[in-house]
Design a protein around this ligand. Structure first.
Ligand code: FA5
Length: 350
């Protein structure tokens, strides 16, 4: 019996040396270790042996079995490494100067319009600020003259986090930090605060053609001595005529926001339907685009600025809606759709 084990071992070693690929190796594994394989056959023959012989023979067969399994494992690794090497060696040479064979990526239309607005405001002396999407209750509401339990909070159905922070519902949430950042330059050196801060906002909204639960706004503030509504209107008009490269019909109507006094809603004539009325403008012919107003004295005070000495304006442009108007996108939900075919058709026209 022992002779059988030795000759099987020699046969295995001999055959293993000649194996050249993984498929052959698998066949060999089945031939030796499979249910009907040679080593399994040896074990079956043990029934004719005495108890003592069976014990020592069983141990030897098991030893052979483990050694065969181990050698097959090693050979598998060796053959895999060879196959990878072969693949690398036969790969066509990569020419980095060749044009890509796949479509190139493109900027999202919101990014394009945001950058365009940034360029316009920068050219008028505004700085561009970045701000967190997760903010505190103080930043988003209290510093903006919206105390706890104020009914104005109901206008923005807010996503609260377990730690008490929240997802920013409006870019106004950055106002307080911006005032604190620049008030020393304003007070000590007479440098006006002129900043815009674009950002993503979140509200638990029922979505429709002009409402999304995730959308972009771009806030802007200017604070100095003697700032008035005329300054506000001038900057708004300049920005819109630059973005659309033509005169846009706008209307200003009173609007309530606890952080401005007086407050306005700046609407633009719907460019999708030309003012006739459609689902994008809720059939009114006008689209609410940019609420704005004179910064409330309490908000200036919270930012460390004396409202008896300084005044300012603030606006909260609906950036996503501006994008819809600029590119004639009828449904706001297309912008978050991830449909690359439709989103990649826009280009920077500057
Ligand atoms: C505000 O968010 C105020 N923070 C704006 C403001 C800033 C007022 C500074 C005064 C001074 P409102 O909730 O109306 O206001 O949103 C501002 C703009 O964001 C809207 O006019 C609209 O264009 C856009 N917007 C609001 N909600 C959505 C939404 N769910 N989907 C898409 N755009 C929205």
């Amino acid at each position: 019996m022992e002779q059988k084990i030795n000759s099987l071992k020699e046969k295995f070693d001999d055959e293993l040396q000649k194996i050249e690929n993984l498929a052959e190796l698998e066949n060999m594994r089945v031939a030796y270790l499979g249910k009907k394989g040679s080593i399994t056959d040896l074990l079956k023959g043990m029934k004719d042996l005495s108890n003592d012989e069976r014990k020592s023979f069983g141990a030897k067969v098991n030893e052979l079995k483990s050694s065969v399994a181990e050698k097959i494992g090693e050979k598998t690794q060796e053959l895999k490494a060879k196959e990878i090497e072969k693949e690398i060696n036969t790969m066509p040479e990569f020419d980095i100067s060749m044009p890509p064979s796949i479509d190139r990526g493109s900027y999202h239309p919101i990014t394009l319009v945001q950058r365009q607005c940034e360029r316009i405001f920068k050219s008028m002396g505004f700085t561009v600020e970045d701000y967190s999407e997760v903010v505190t209750d103080y930043e988003c509401f209290e510093s903006l003259n919206i105390p706890k339990h104020h009914p104005a909070r109901d206008m923005q159905d807010t996503y609260y986090l377990e730690n008490g922070q929240l997802l920013k519902t409006q870019t106004s949430a950055a106002q307080n930090a911006i005032y604190k950042k620049y008030r020393d330059a304003l007070v000590n050196d007479g440098v006006p605060i002129k900043a815009i801060f674009p950002g993503r906002c979140f509200r638990n909204e029922a979505t429709d053609a002009c409402h999304e639960n995730t959308f972009f706004q771009m806030e802007g503030v200017m604070v100095d001595k003697n700032i008035s509504i005329s300054n506000l209107i001038y900057f708004m008009k300049t920005m819109l005529s630059e973005v659309f490269q033509k005169d846009i019909k706008v209307r200003l109507r009173p609007g309530f926001f606890p952080f401005v006094e007086p407050g306005f809603e700046l609407d633009i004539n719907c460019l999708i339907c030309g003012g006739e009325g459609c689902s994008s403008c809720k059939h009114s012919g006008w689209l609410e685009l940019c609420p704005c107003g004179m910064i409330h004295p309490e908000v200036l005070k919270a930012g460390g600025i004396d409202p008896d000495e300084y005044t300012g304006f603030a606006f909260g442009l609906g950036l996503t809606r501006l994008v819809m108007m600029k590119y004639g996108i009828k449904d706001i939900r297309d912008l978050n759709s991830g449909n690359l075919k439709s989103l990649s058709q826009f280009t920077d026209d500057e």
